[in-house]
Design a binder for this molecule. Structure first.
Ligand code: NAD
Length: 305
């Protein structure tokens, strides 16, 4: 069944959700207020489809059909009423998300979801008129490769909404977990713990980012180390999540000063070309020097990998 699927925010996650929804046959409206980012998302989507064709995962006709299912919108005001699903994937800020959700709710979607990584659904739902239709739809990065969909059930979420979210997961080819509404849910609370500790270890000069990551990949069979993952997620995104979790659980989630410094310096990870690693054309190209205290915001140099 073709659904009208609206994704708000065409950043890292929004474009991934749009890609997967279009691939599942849905008519997708991708809403992005920043014109440059909207254009960049359309280009990136075209690259993803080209790559899928090159790798033999899609025919050229299928890729063209998927591409044709996505329409870019400059604001929710351009979206027609009563879509089947609206998922917001705007930055992890409570006020911004609440404003977007209020505007989205006015369009009367059958299912309203937030891709928040950490903010309780109850807090996001506080100003909604129909919180029973709302739940967390937490996708993972990159959305086309990650099987998990974490469905977060708020105190007002109706059982039918949870059922609809589970059904949606199946249609998008995702494997859901249904979790209770706590800050950070099941995934970010654990994943961010590891990421923040790894950043503290870089600041302490325990080892280079590459060696810390290698230790977790080879020693614990993590598919990617915590610092490379932080680069992939976005340092700014992780900082916002840490602040949310600090407010909920206390200083064990306090953002390390190094993370704050790197974000202030514009080192946001893969998307800005530099984080704990340097990224060239989306590929991790070299390592930072073995850092020590006081070297935290030095530009990344070091041997090419
Ligand atoms: P991002 O900064 O890459 O993208 C957010 C996009 O939203 C930007 O393009 C921005 O211009 C746009 N935006 C802001 N206000 C808007 C509005 N009013 N209407 C439409 N678009 C608007 O962020 P992201 O990494 O994609 O994260 C989005 C959400 O997904 C956050 O809640 C984050 O915590 C969560 N999340 C991120 C990851 C990850 O790996 N990056 C993983 C899971 C969940």
């Amino acid at each position: 069944m073709t659904e009208r699927f609206v994704v708000v925010g065409a950043g890292t996650m929004g474009l991934g959700i749009a890609y997967v929804a279009a691939g599942a046959g849905h008519a997708v409206e991708l809403v992005e207020v920043d014109r440059a980012r909207g254009g960049a998302a359309v280009e990136r989507l075209a690259q993803l489809w080209d790559r899928a064709v090159q790798r033999g995962k899609l025919t050229a006709e299928q890729a063209a059909a998927n591409r044709g299912r996505i329409a870019l919108r400059a604001g929710l005001a351009e979206v027609a009423e009563a879509p089947d699903v609206i998922v917001e994937a705007v930055p992890e800020r409570l006020d911004l998300k609440r404003a977007v959700l209020t505007e989205a709710e006015a369009l009367r979607p059958a299912l309203l979801g937030s891709n928040t990584s950490s903010i309780p659904i109850a807090d996001l739902a506080r100003e909604l008129a129909r919180p029973e239709r709302f739940c967390g739809l937490h996708f993972f990065n990159p959305v086309w490769a990650m099987a998990l969909l974490e469905i977060v059930v708020g105190p007002a979420t109706a059982p039918e909404t949870t059922d609809a979210a589970v059904t949606l997961a199946g249609r998008l080819g995702k494997d859901p977990v249904v979790v209770r509404d706590m800050p950070g849910f099941a995934t970010s609370r654990l994943g961010v713990t590891l990421g923040l500790e790894a950043i503290r270890m870089v600041a302490d000069g325990v080892a280079s980012p590459a060696d810390i990551d290698k230790a977790m990949v080879l020693g614990y069979r993590h598919p990617v180390g915590p610092l490379e993952l932080t680069d992939l997620v976005g340092l700014d995104v992780r900082l916002d999540i840490a602040r949310t979790l600090q407010a909920a659980y206390g200083d064990r989630f306090a953002p390390p000063p190094l993370l704050v410094e790197l974000v202030a310096a514009g080192r946001l990870g893969k998307k800005s070309g530099q984080g704990f690693y340097r990224w060239v054309d989306g590929v991790r190209s070299d390592d930072t020097e073995r850092p020590g205290p006081g070297t935290s915001t030095e530009p990344a140099t070091g041997a090419a990998r």
